[in-house]
Design a protein around this ligand. Sequence first.
Ligand SMILES: Nc1ncnc2c1ncn2[C@@H]1O[C@H](COP(=O)(O)OP(=O)(O)OP(=O)(O)O)[C@@H](O)[C@H]1O
Length: 511
Amino acid sequence: MNWIDNLRRSFLDWSAMADVLPSMISVGLKNTLILAAASTVLGVVIGMVLAVMGISQSRWLRLPARIYTDIFRGLPAIVTILIIGQGFARIGRDIFGPSPFPLGILALSLIAGAYIGEIFRSGIQSVERGQMEACRALSMSYGQGMRLIVIPQGVRRVLPALVNQFIGNVKDSSLVYFLGLLASEREIFRVGQDQAVVTGNLSPLLLAGVFYLVITVPLTHFVNYIDARLRLGKQGRGLGPASGLVEVSELAAAGTYSTTTAASEDSRHFQGGALQIRDLSMAYGELDVLKGVDLDIAAGTVTCIIGPSGSGKSTLLRCMNRLVEPKSGDMLLDGESILAMRPEKLRRRVGMVFQHFNLFPDHTALENVMLALTKIKKMSRQKARRIAEARLADVGLAARRDHRPAGLSGGQQQRVAIARALAMDPEVILFDEVTSALDPELVKGVLDLMATLGRQGMTMAVVTHEMGFARRVADQVVFMDEGRIVEAGSPQQIFDNPQSERLKRFLAEVL
Ligand SMILES: Nc1ncnc2c1ncn2[C@@H]1O[C@H](COP(=O)(O)OP(=O)(O)OP(=O)(O)O)[C@@H](O)[C@H]1O
């Protein structure tokens, strides 16, 4: 078997491998890691700048980012390395001395930056819009929302892709030998190749290949593990997924909120604010969505807004905390014009709970509730923690405070969202179809909690399809159609004695 011997001599010459091993480790491995790590770090900086420019509103920021990316992604790596490494050799010598090593790192960084910028951009843009809305509803500015929630979440999503980029840099570092590195600067490939020439066989190169795999393969598995941990977080042991019955009993056990008792037995009392809406109109472009809405919501009362899909219910709610801006009209909160307030200041007083919860997935239940307290209200962590724990206990989730949203049922997530809004101590809470995304058996827990808040004097505007809830809990029911309030009155007036044809038809369909 002559050819087997040939192969063995070419690739498995153990003594040639043993000879090259020390310099492979002390020179090659070290330099490859320096090249790859430095160019990844620099590439991350360049990439983050490119990503922020790339998603900017300004064309003059987007355009240069686009051109940069197209150029450095389009050119073969070796061309960039030679152009930078040799074309700028003189300047490089003046700045860095005789070694071409720093220019090699720079060239690799410029290439990596173009890819990393695209990775970051797609990561940031893949974060659901609801996350930024939740930030704004918690009275964060756009910049704070980006910095605290959207960018970290986007970056976490692309962590595996970033590690792939590091792996790419490990491999691309083999190209900088073209620049004529000094002997002490040779990377893995160059050490292997030089020794292959000396021994006349490919075993040192095979060893170089093994070294590359030793770096890259464990890294891939490690990042997958980290990714899974970040996503799921630390899950409490022994607390499995909850059924609807468990959810209701969680609330009953919470003590402060009882699900069945009358107002006198509820221990808390909120100081709800009063809302007045005057001739409010709003349009999305050409589409008139609200057409002169007038509505009074007395302090400490529950107003349920019902109506067919597309009638403008959510838009009316979103005007009240200025997630969208009306075209004309005004809204008053305790007599003060909402439109004259700074939106961030308004949103401290008017909280919001969304259909899809919009919890921050990388944060535990406790951290979700604490975040705005520490970052917006500037409370100490201790104080914020105390308040957050109390609000989570109020909604029956003391035992699940260390869970991330992914480890909670929809009903529990929604109760965390309510605790998060309550923790800001608002005067009004807006509820936008908060049970529509829940499995039927989880709806009751959330509605019971809302009913209790209503009895405790929180001013609530509730867009809902739950007619039973509206009838049982609302002080006032408002029926909207085609951007107008068609009828408003007590639940008895609306459900038992509807006046307009449109409301009669609507009730016939939904009841
Ligand atoms: N961001 C937006 N851009 C453009 N049009 C929008 C936007 N949001 C809502 N609309 C449109 O405005 C109208 C009112 O929407 P809105 O969500 O307020 O209605 P709704 O009564 O809450 O309906 P639903 O019960 O289906 O949520 C609809 O025709 C909708 O398509």
